[in-house]
Design a protein around this ligand. Sequence first.
Ligand code: ATP
Ligand code: MG
Length: 207
Amino acid sequence: MATNITFHAGSVDGTERARLMQQKGVTVWFTGLSASGKSTVACALEQHLLHLKNFCYRLDGDNVRFGLNKDLGFDEKSRNENIRRIGERFLTVFYQVSKLFADASCICATAFISPYRADRALARELHEQAGLGFVEVFIDAPLHVVEQRDPKGLYKKARAGEIKDFTGISAPYEAPENPEIHIKTDECDVTESVRRITEYLTEKGFI
Ligand SMILES: Nc1ncnc2c1ncn2[C@@H]1O[C@H](COP(=O)(O)OP(=O)(O)OP(=O)(O)O)[C@@H](O)[C@H]1O
Ligand SMILES: [Mg+2]
């Protein structure tokens, strides 16, 4: 690391920022199988919180294709590369990006399958080391339910062998052991899911 650099601290510290913004920075990390409902619930949460005048922003694995992965097409090789990059390379970028949003006093809702416990633990550690909130939300639905939903036709392609290493079919999903919030989307509708997350954030003093 360079030795001739100086960290320039701001004149507003975290406590003062939270007071002025009337909310504490936190990452709400959604994890779950494809089609379990991460994007659906994260979108509804973002909309709900913005209407309450809370600063909330969503980072969504689906949208990576329009940014960092926009060089990729939709042939088999590209689809596999998209999944590999999100899983291995970019997830670590998003730990840092969500942390930056949380540091800016934002409620950052992330929607990535993030199938490995160790990866999610690392994201949590980065936040907690920086004194920032981290709320893991397990968006849970049984495989037969998500396969039936299959809004993007991905399970069909994974079953046909067109997509390799697909979480739940040909790659593991490590369910959270102690998530702050566990939502079963085959039993709980979107409105109730948003209500539960908002209630948790309120109880813990983030909003
Ligand atoms: N209670 C529910 N909560 C959320 N989504 C639901 C629920 N019931 C049915 N759905 C449907 O399930 C699908 C979930 O798709 P969504 O894109 O949100 O999943 P995802 O977890 O973001 O998947 P991916 O990892 O592929 O991005 C949507 O078609 C949604 O309408
Ligand atoms: Mg999604």
